[in-house]
Structure formats: structure tokens, C-alpha cells
Design a protein around this ligand. Structure first.
Ligand code: ADP
Ligand code: MG
Length: 385
């Protein structure tokens, strides 16, 4: 077990090329599970390769238990990585694939046998030990790749999209197994994914990345409830947050957003006026589960009548689509509350749940700033650059 700190890490693949990683600042505690999430090409694998030592960094430092390891060769770092491609040795049996790293470390044969047996039991692949990778399904190969990393009992595990080649059902099963395994072993882990559900379910901490820059670093809850900008808000959540472009208005020093469903209008109160907010073009963000159906006839300043255009039952809840300001807006309702297409609903917005983002920069305007000190400092650092 070990702490991991990335301090102002930069990476360029060559002079003349744009930096692939820009000022990465993240620290996790011993035993924590960090999720690194972001779209394809944003630099996730590059960062993992830098931590493992397969790529050098161009600036900053990588610290394990407070000691700078950035100059160390990969084999001295005591970090094990599971690759997206599995990278198993095709001519070796499963047993030899798992034992390979232990042989390289010159463990005694009896100790190697014992470790292979332990890992095989943990991953339930004891019956596969004599097979070659070509005789295994994708899910089984994935377990062997994990087994090879687990056999080493390193200080830190790195997983680079380990589940992305599996079918949806197996992915969900393996996700739960990885979580169970981490609860048992409590080894510090960095896990890369582009899947926001994996990000939310697996991580103690989540770092959301775009174009080589960490957009936000916090707990899954903070990332979901308190996104620092439009990118984070749009990337995390399924169905995604609703975004309604509009221009802010004011009356008597109070700020409001004018919503228009075609049938009705509503002046959604947003609190006291802040300097420079009047007439500002913003994106109003609200999650589908935060729009409620109001009691019939209970129209008020935060409710609006709208006609149901499309209904999508998902089983546990029903997604209901209406148009506000000519934008499709999704509301997540209990199946028992589900209306019919063409029916008029009274929708209730909780103004305290509404987020506002600047339409140009995507920066969050309201409410204030992300709430935790850690997040606030990250945002401050990010903006200072
Ligand atoms: P991700 O894993 O998030 O999909 P990568 O880290 O693989 O992203 O890639 C990030 C960026 O760095 C991409 O633009 C990619 O083309 C570039 N890149 C990755 N590896 C190399 C390399 N060896 N040489 C030059 N550019 C690279
Ligand atoms: Mg990658």
C-alpha cells in the first residue's frame, strides 16, 4: 500500500507537438481507488504509462510514499499494470503467464506455485491454468491479465480500460468483482475508463480529464452534484443533465431565467443579482431526476406547464421528454407517475438544484463555486494557469 502523488506532471511526445498532459496535480491516499475518466485521446493511457515508467515525463514529479520515482526504471517502481489489450504471452500457459513476473523476480519455485494458486483461486480460473490464451474467452483472458498483476502484490495497481473489450453483461459482473477485490486487498489503484458508470461506481476519487487537463478531481458525489464546468456536467450522468441555453433577466435586483414551453412561461427565480449577470448568455443545467411533477393546479414561480412529446420507459423509471425554450428536456419520473404522449404536465424545478454555466467558457457561474476546499483549490489552480 502506498500514497500516490502527481505533482504538476507534463508530458510532450516531442518538440513541436502540443503537450499531451498539462499540469496534472492529483494526490490519493494509501488504499484509495482513483478513477481517471475522459473521452478517447485525452491522455489517459499516456498518464498511466508515465506512472508505470513506460514513458518518461517532460516536467513535474511522480511521488510514491513521498519519494520521487520519475527517474526510476519500470521494474524498480513496484507498480503493476493491466493493459486494455491484456498483452498475454500467447505461447505460454495461463500458469506461466501469471508466474512470469514472479520468475523474473527470482522467487523460489514453491513460492511461485503458492502465489499462482492463490491468485487463480481469487479469480476463479483454477481450471484454466494449463490452457493457452488462444483457448480462452475474452472474459477469461481478462482475468488472466488481472491475475498476472495481482500475483505481484505491488504497491500500486494501474488498470487501463480493463473491461472495454468485454460484452455489457460481463462488464457489469467484472466491475463488481473488481470492487470486491479492492475492498479485500485495499491496494492503491488507478483505474482508467471512458465509461462514466464505471467512474461513478468504482472510485473513491474521480479525476475527469479532457485534452490533457484535469477538469475536476473529487469524490464521485462531488463530481455528480457539483460539477466545476459544462464538460464535467455533460460527461457524467445517464441520462445526461439537461442544458437549456438562455439569457438571464432581472427584476427588482433578483435574477431569473425565463422558461417557455410554448404553452406557458415561467420566471424561474435564481436568487439575488450578481454583478455582471444581467443579460448574460448562460446554459441552465438540471438533471432529469431533479424535475418533479407538481400537484395539479399548484402552479408557482418554479413550475411550468408543458406537453409530453416522447416517453421512454426504462423499467425502474420512465423518461419523459418535453420542450423548453425549443430544447428537448428529459424528466425522470417513477413509472407509476408516467403520463401519456400529448398530455400536459405541470413540471416543478427546484431552483436550488439548478446550475448555471457561462455559454462561452463553460465555466460554472451558479451556485457559487464547487463546495469542498479540495475542489475549490483545484479549480483555483486550474484557472490560474
Ligand atoms: P487515451 O488513452 O485517453 O485515449 P492516449 O494517452 O492514448 O489517450 O493519447 C493521448 C494523445 O497522445 C493522443 O492525441 C495520441 O495521439 C497521442 N499519443 C499517444 N501516444 C503517442 C506517441 N507514442 N507518440 C506521439 N503521440 C502519442
Ligand atoms: Mg487509452
Amino acid at each position: 500500500m502506498a500514497t500516490l502523488e502527481l505533482r504538476n506532471v507534463n508530458k510532450s511526445y516531442g518538440s513541436g507537438l502540443a503537450d499531451t498532459l498539462k499540469h496534472i496535480d492529483i494526490a490519493i491516499d494509501s488504499g484509495e481507488f482513483l478513477i481517471l475518466v475522459g473521452p478517447s485521446g485525452c491522455g489517459k493511457s499516456t498518464l498511466m504509462n508515465c506512472i508505470a515508467g513506460l514513458e518518461g515525463i517532460s516536467g513535474g514529479a511522480i511521488l510514491v510514499d513521498g519519494a520521487d520515482i520519475s527517474g526510476m526504471s519500470p521494474k524498480d517502481r513496484d507498480i503493476a499494470m493491466v493493459f486494455q489489450s491484456y498483452a498475454l504471452y500467447p505461447t505460454m500457459t495461463v500458469r506461466d503467464n501469471i508466474a512470469f513476473g514472479l520468475k523474473m523476480r527470482k522467487l523460489a519455485p514453491a513460492a511461485i506455485d503458492e502465489e499462482v494458486a492463490r491468485v487463480a483461486k481469487l479469480l476463479q480460473i483454477e481450471h484454466l491454468l494449463s490452457r493457452k490464451p488462444g483457448q480462452l474467452s475474452g472474459g477469461q483472458q481478462q482475468r488472466v491479465a488481472m491475475g498476472r498483476a495481482l500475483a505481484r502484490r505491488p504497491k500500486i495497481y494501474l488498470f487501463d480500460e480493463p473491461l472495454s473489450n468485454l460484452d455489457a453483461k460481463l462488464r457489469v459482473e467484472m466491475r463488481t468483482e473488481i470492487k470486491l477485490m479492492h475492498q479485500r486487498l485495499k491496494t492503491t489503484t488507478v483505474y482508467v475508463t471512458h465509461d462514466q458508470i464505471e467512474a461513478m461506481t468504482l472510485g473513491d476519487k474521480v479525476a475527469v480529464m479532457k485534452d490533457g487537463v484535469i477538469q475536476q478531481f473529487g469524490t464521485p458525489r462531488e463530481i455528480y452534484n457539483d460539477p466545476a464546468n459544462l464538460f464535467v456536467a455533460s460527461f457524467i450522468g445517464s441520462p445526461p443533465m439537461n442544458f437549456i441555453p438562455l439569457r438571464l433577466q432581472r427584476r427588482d435586483g433578483q435574477l431569473f431565467a425565463l422558461l417557455d414551453s410554448g404553452q406557458a412561461r415561467c420566471e424561474l427565480p435564481l436568487g439575488a443579482m450578481e454583478v455582471g449577470f444581467e443579460n448574460r448568455e448562460v446554459i441552465l443545467g438540471i438533471r432529469p431526476e431533479q424535475i418533479q411533477m407538481a400537484v395539479a393546479g399548484a402552479s408557482g414561480p418554479s413550475s411550468i406547464r408543458a406537453e409530453v412529446e416522447v416517453i421512454e420507459p426504462t423499467g425502474p423509471d420512465t423518461l419523459v421528454f418535453v420542450s423548453l425554450n425549443q430544447t428537448k428536456v428529459c424528466c425522470r419520473l417513477a413509472p407509476d407517475d408516467a403520463p401519456r404522449v400529448g398530455q400536459t404536465l405541470e413540471l416543478q424545478f427546484d431552483p436550488s438544484k439548478v446550475l448555471l454555466f457561462d455559454a462561452q467558457s463553460g465555466e460554472r457561474l451558479l451556485p457559487g463555486k464547487p463546495q469542498t476546499a479540495e475542489q475549490a483549490s483545484k479549480v483555483a489552480q486550474f484557472k490560474g494557469r
